[in-house]
Design a binder for this molecule. Structure first.
Ligand code: SF4
Length: 487
């Protein structure tokens, strides 16, 4: 069935000269129903129509990689948060948030990357800027904060994040960091991350974090090349990076550096010596891979370790890229064996899940693609799929993988997600912490596939956790009580 969204009836803003944008905070007129909703779309802003594709007949081109529409209440985080997503997992780094204390509430506690060594990254440090600092400048306070950290903890690596208000008052954060490195010496790196929340999208934050990593790596470019790879864009959530690293090392592929899951200063600076970079989260780390290719001559390939199909293909691609026939033979034997072992588990759960309908809203396009493939293997139809930072080529592939009537949307907001979940009668939403309440309040099952997840969902081990979690949530008896009218 064609979806019934009619953008011509959607509310419009009050004109180009207005500075007030309408804010959609809820889907007031949508109720749980067996039928597709009425033609009007009360949750959709006119300016968002280009970022939503509802039918192959209307073409699958989609507006993406652009700033969020004002008033649309984007699910994206700010530039600063984007930068911390990438840098926070460096386990022995000190993160000073130069700004009001509120920005520092983004901590390890809401990002579950695991460590095998230092636990410094579980702390947050803030200059706690107050009104007088805003009036007279906060550079002196930042200098004192760095001095105090050096005196008390003798760090090797400090990141200093300039947040919104620092972008406004214009503290020279770069100069403070440069002077601190000079004053304290001993190889201390103090790297500024100028990430005011208003300066772009979350993607800009990823880019700034990648630039900060390059600033750390560039002085170490002159080192002998080693047979080994770096893993980029894996944040070791619930120990996933350890699973993938274990596969590769068992096949005879050394992992020199992991960026940034379970990373440390000393392990990171080995990265320029690698033969190959593999990129798991392309949204956050493709830019870093490109820069490392330009600066160090390290080629890269994109990989995904979610689901049997993508995990197997990625392991083979890594082995092939290294050009060693023995490694490739071992890799092929490994994926054949592990895929065969995974099949009975998938078949066991397939009857419980086939025919269900899934909605997906995740950070990047590559993960969405892997999830669609995983759902296809289980006989689950993806009825809604969206990402925060997907790219045009990723949306094109998504369009090829899903049915003609699947809704595809970039940078969705809560109202849109709620509306399409209801209209398409999704049984489960796969997303992150911000999407969880949207699902639960509609009586829709939920699977956390973001940084807060507690079970590894990557690799062959992750396939079993993922299927178990989907089954437990989707087939929970609780839904019959909270959405009785959906059956
Ligand atoms: S938007 Fe600005 S003030 Fe808010 S958390 Fe981000 S950097 Fe801090």
């Amino acid at each position: 069935m064609e979806t019934s969204v009619d953008f011509t009836e959607a509310p419009t803003t009050s004109g180009a000269s207005s500075v007030i944008a309408p804010v959609i905070t809820h889907v007031a007129e949508v109720t749980l129903t067996h039928e597709a909703s009425a033609p009007s779309s009360p949750g959709i802003l006119q300016e968002r129509s280009g970022s939503i594709s509802c039918s192959k007949k209307k073409g699958r081109s989609i507006e993406c990689e652009k700033e969020s529409v004002s008033g649309a209440v984007s699910q994206r985080a700010c530039v600063y948060c984007g930068a911390r997503v990438v840098l926070n997992p460096i386990t022995d780094a000190y993160h000073i948030v130069h700004g009001p204390i509120g920005c520092a509430s983004y901590t390890w506690d809401i990002r579950g990357s695991l460590t095998s060594d230092s636990e410094i990254y579980r702390n947050s440090f803030s200059t706690d800027l107050r009104e007088t600092d805003i009036v007279f400048g906060g550079a002196e306070k930042l200098t004192k904060a760095i001095d105090e950290l050096v005196e008390k903890a003798a760090p090797k690596l400090i990141f200093v994040y300039a947040t919104c208000i620092v972008g406004v008052i214009g503290d020279d954060v770069e100069a403070v960091c440069r002077m601190a490195e000079h004053k304290h010496g001993g190889g201390l790196r103090v790297i500024p991350v100028k990430a005011p929340g208003f300066s772009g999208t979350k993607t800009q934050g990823y880019k700034l974090a990648c630039d900060a990593i390059m600033e750390l790596l560039l002085p170490h470019r002159e080192q002998p090349q080693q047979f080994g790879i770096n893993i980029l864009g894996d944040y070791n959530l619930a120990g996933e990076m350890w699973i993938i690293k274990g596969y590769l090392e068992d096949l005879g592929i050394p992992v020199l550096s992991t960026i940034t899951g379970d990373a440390s200063h000393d392990k990171l600076i080995r990265a320029p010596g690698a033969l190959l970079n593999i990129v798991q989260c392309a949204g956050s780390s493709s830019y870093l891979a490109n820069r490392m290719e330009e600066e160090f001559g390290i080629p890269h390939i994109k990989v995904s370790f979610f689901g049997v199909e993508d995990t197997s293909a990625s392991i083979l691609r890594v082995a092939e890229a290294l050009g060693d026939p023995d490694i490739f033979a071992r890799a092929r034997a490994f994926v054949v064996r592990r895929s065969a072992e995974a099949r009975p588990f998938i078949e066991q759960y397939r009857p419980k899940l086939a025919g269900k309908r899934a909605a997906i809203f995740v950070g990047g396009g590559f993960k969405a693609i892997s999830l669609i493939r995983q759902f296809n293997e289980l006989g689950i139809k993806t009825v809604v799929v969206g990402t925060q930072t997907g790219k045009q080529d990723e949306y094109e592939l998504i369009g090829e993988l899903v049915d003609a009537d699947t809704v595809i949307l970039d940078d969705a907001n809560p109202a849109e997600l709620e509306q399409f979940m209801l209209e398409k009668q999704a049984d489960i939403l796969v997303g992150g912490v911000k999407e969880r309440p949207l699902a639960y309040k509609l009586g829709v099952a939920f699977c956390d596939h973001n940084h807060e997840r507690k079970h590894p969902l990557a690799g062959f081990e992750g396939i079993e956790s993922f299927i178990r979690e989907i089954n437990l949530s989707i087939n929970s008896p609780v839904w019959q009580f909270v959405r009785g009218d959906r059956g």
